[in-house]
Design a protein around this ligand. Structure first.
Ligand code: NAD
Length: 256
């Protein structure tokens, strides 16, 4: 008898998720585990990683405490993970750093690490994922995190917007180049989502500025689960005909 598989069912699939100790990535890893997927959680925060993995459902998860600024090493890390535990069905790159600074103060030292973690690590992860020995033979899905700051401007967001705008460029070319290997490449562009990163940014705002940002999202500020749902859609068979896309999940921030 042919048993119909639910298109969001991730049973038997293994995913590498970066940034898994916190925020959007933690919510994504938890959701993937609930959908039956096995997660390799990656973060530079060892303590946060242990807490994260303890919150996943089901067996077979793994974690690696890695500093993604070491971009040269990323492809060999993926290769080792595949040799140790089997091929991967997808990679989510949601580790990230913010950078809010007016242009007059924007020395390269402010954004070097932001560019490495947000953008160069994304390219290195895709490079590491695409060899036959790493990506599952039935194909795979890569999901990067862009931002509405790649689509609309905001004072002080030049460097952060640069790192996220480049993600969209990466998605366009990689999706075309890797389609022959049955690897899809997409990104999600969130509006403001209530995570520790948002808490750090909004701690600098007064009440008026906070109210203005909230009002710019007609559906209110986002929850990490709102972005996790979009990422799961792109990883699972629900996204099987989606590649090269920028999925904007922003409560209406860019609609006006
Ligand atoms: N929160 C928002 O409003 C928002 C909006 C748009 C886009 N994003 C993007 O979504 C992604 C997740 O953001 P978040 O709000 O969940 O952030 P967060 O700060 O809550 O989590 C980011 C995680 O990345 C990890 N990380 C940072 N540098 C690292 C490194 N060198 N090596 C390994 N891990 C590292 C941190 O330890 C942390 O656990 C980021 O790419 C961010 O730019 C967030």
């Amino acid at each position: 008898m042919n048993v119909l598989r639910h298109p969001l069912d991730l049973n038997g699939r293994r995913f590498l998720v970066t940034g898994a100790a916190s925020g959007i990535s933690l919510a994504t890893s938890q959701l993937l585990s609930q959908l039956g997927g096995r997660v390799i959680a990656v973060d530079a925060n060892a303590e946060g990683l242990s807490r994260a993995v303890a919150s996943f459902e089901g067996p077979g998860h793994d974690s690696r405490c890695l500093d993604l600024r070491k971009v040269e090493q990323i492809p060999s890390w993926l290769s080792e993970m595949a040799s140790a535990g089997g091929t991967l069905s997808g990679v989510v790159h949601a580790a990230g750093l913010s950078c809010i600074q007016p242009i007059r103060l924007l020395e390269p030292s402010w954004y070097r690490d932001v560019l490495l973690v947000n953008t160069e690590a994304a390219l290195a992860l895709a490079r590491g994922f695409q060899p036959k020995r790493v990506a599952h033979p039935s194909g795979g899905s890569v999901v990067f995190l862009a931002s509405v700051m790649a689509l609309v401007g905001s004072p002080g967001a030049a460097a952060y917007g640069m790192t996220k705008g480049a993600i969209i460029g990466l998605v366009k070319s990689l999706s075309v180049e890797l389609a022959a290997k049955k690897i899809r490449v997409n990104c999600v562009a969130p509006g403001f989502v209530k995570t520790p990163m948002f808490d750090r940014i909004s701690a600098l705002w007064d009440t008026e500025q906070r109210a203005r940002v909230e009002a710019e999202h007609p559906l209110g500020l986002g929850e990490p689960a709102d972005i996790a749902n979009a990422i799961a859609f792109l990883l699972a068979d629900t996204g099987r005909w989606v590649t090269g896309s920028v999925l904007v999940v922003d409560g209406g921030y860019t609609a006006h």
